[in-house]
Design a protein around this ligand. Structure first.
Ligand code: MG
Ligand code: MG
Length: 269
């Protein structure tokens, strides 16, 4: 969605540094949200805190007004996979909530997502979060020169399906740069050796969307919210990375989120 064209833009080191800096702002915006995730908070309050943090850092939330999206965060609770709209719904004990955010500054975007537990979460749901997190890093490991997009896709899919989860197919990762969504598409399913070649300086968002039950999804009448058809939980983790020779370099960060979670004794992996 919103892709400018089919060209895959390779980024210069100067451009990568801009995205890296934006990734730091983004990671800290996520951490501000992470501090507030607990039973009783509304998803609208989380959105507001992220908006304020990003604005205070002279940046813009990438999602606000993107194709008409009405908020800075996509906040997706329980069976909502992605693109949930912040609302007056209060988080309650046992929920999971995925928070997706983008930061735009100095002409470039950074994009990342994290899924949180709220209070006490069932063990099978907690396992879904752990394995979705790990599937992201399985994908990132493959984002290196000499591989193709399909190697990333396969790694995510294979890890998730070994653990008997559903892999959502309707939504995919993507190139990131001057536009929030650039080429290439980075599906979470695919075949090794297939798809566009990964070249040094390609920046991609890898973002597994993994379900506890079946992989089918439906869109709600708000024309945004994507939820599982069987109404079982879904998790979503995302990093923006740059393809390098021997390994991907992660341009966004979970460090600040995980410092908050470790203070709350809520680290999931
Ligand atoms: Mg995102
Ligand atoms: Mg994305």
């Amino acid at each position: 969605m919103g892709k400018k064209d089919k060209i895959i833009y390779l980024k210069s080191e100067e451009e990568l540094e801009i995205i890296r800096v934006n990734g730091q702002i983004l990671g800290k915006a996520h951490a501000e949200v992470a501090k507030l995730v607990e039973p009783g908070v509304t998803t609208k309050v989380l959105d507001k805190i992220a908006f304020e943090y990003i604005k205070d850092n002279s940046a813009k939330p990438s999602f606000l007004n993107y194709n008409g999206f009405p908020a800075s965060l996509c906040i997706s609770v329980n069976d909502v996979v992605v693109h949930g709209i912040p609302s007056n719904r209060e988080l309650i004990d046992g929920d999971i909530v995925s928070v997706d955010c983008g930061v735009y500054k100095n002409g470039f975007h950074a994009d990342s997502a994290y899924t949180y537990t709220v209070g006490e979460v069932q063990s099978d749901v907690l396992d879904l979060l752990k394995h979705t997190y790990r599937s992201l890093f399985k994908g990132i490991e493959q984002a290196k020169v000499g591989n193709r997009v399909g190697d990333v896709s396969f790694a995510v899919q294979n890890y998730a399906e070994i653990h008997r989860y559903g892999v959502v197919r309707e939504l995919v990762g993507h190139g990131v740069g001057k536009y929030l969504h650039e080429s290439p598409e980075v599906p979470n399913f695919g075949k090794r050796g297939n798809g566009p070649k990964l070249l040094e300086g390609m920046v991609i968002a890898i973002e597994p969307m993994i379900t506890l039950g079946r992989r089918a999804v439906v869109q709600e009448n708000d024309n945004w919210t994507i939820r599982t058809e069987d109404r079982r939980q879904a998790a979503h983790f995302e990093h923006t990375v740059v393809v390098r020779k021997n390994t991907a370099e992660i341009l966004t960060t979970f460090q600040y989120i995980e410092e908050v979670l470790s203070r709350k004794n809520l680290v999931i992996v």
